[in-house]
Each structure stands twice: as C-alpha cells, then as structure tokens.
Design a protein around this ligand. Structure first.
Ligand code: 5GP
Length: 118
C-alpha cells in the first residue's frame, strides 16, 4: 500500500469497511479484531491517520495517548477490569497496520502469549 492510500483503520473510521464497533469518541474508535488472539480482543485506534506508532503518538499528542489508555480501561471494565495492552511497533515486532493502534486482550491469555503474539 502506498503511504497516500488510507489505512484499513481509516476506512473503518469512515465506515467504508464494516467493523464490530464497541466504543467511539470524538478522537478514538474501538472495534473487535477480525482475527482475535484472546477471548476478547479489541483494537483502540485514534481516528487521525497522523501517527504511525505509539512512540510517534506519545511525542505528537500525549493527551490522545492518555485518552486511548483511558478508553481501553473503560472497555475492559465491561469484562472485569483487567487487561493486557499491546502496541506492536515496527514490522519486526509484528506491526502490520501502520496507523497507531492498541490491542486490548482480555480473558484467559494462556501461560505467556507475549512471545508469540503478532
Ligand atoms: P498489528 O499486527 O499491526 O499490530 O495489528 C493489526 C491488527 O488489525 C491485526 O490483529 C489484524 O487482525 C487486525 N485487522 C486487520 N484488518 C482488519 C479488518 O479489516 N478489520 C478488523 N476488525 N481488524 C483487522
């Protein structure tokens, strides 16, 4: 995909592509991952396409990063309140969509899924 094309997440934000949306604010959208790696696997995504990864977001708009984490907690609260938050950062770390997003994983996560989570 060229960098001028909208990301898959921008296309979800614009409702061009359907998704199972669980929460939305002025600046964020949250929806179920299409290939869940946990009993509950939700992605939280800033609507702006400006930030590629969490480090860029932390520098460019730390308040939006804080909003994202707060929304993740609110979503997790509907499932007992405990959750794992993952930001794959870079291709070698498993990032496939270069529009910053957090994975919220909730439920039985097995012994230690961190090593093979992609
Ligand atoms: P990454 O690998 O970049 O950390 O995470 C991208 C995530 O987006 C993957 O877990 C993948 O399953 C999810 N994903 C990719 N395309 C779609 C889609 O069209 N809809 C939804 N709901 N999730 C998607």
């Amino acid at each position: 995909m060229s960098t001028t094309e909208p990301s898959i997440f921008t296309r979800i934000v614009s409702r061009e592509i359907p998704a199972s949306i669980v929460a939305e604010t002025d600046r964020l959208i949250a929806f179920h991952d299409i290939a869940p790696k946990a009993p509950v696997h939700v992605l939280v995504v800033p609507k702006t396409p400006e930030y590629t990864n969490v480090a860029d977001l932390a520098v460019g708009d730390p308040a939006l990063l804080a909003e994202l984490v707060t929304l993740a907690q609110q979503i997790a609260n509907e499932h007992g309140g405990q959750f794992r938050l993952i930001f794959n950062t870079g291709e070698k770390a498993g990032q496939t969509v270069f529009h910053v997003h957090a994975h919220i994983l909730i439920g039985d996560l097995g012994e230690d899924p961190r090593a093979d989570f992609q």
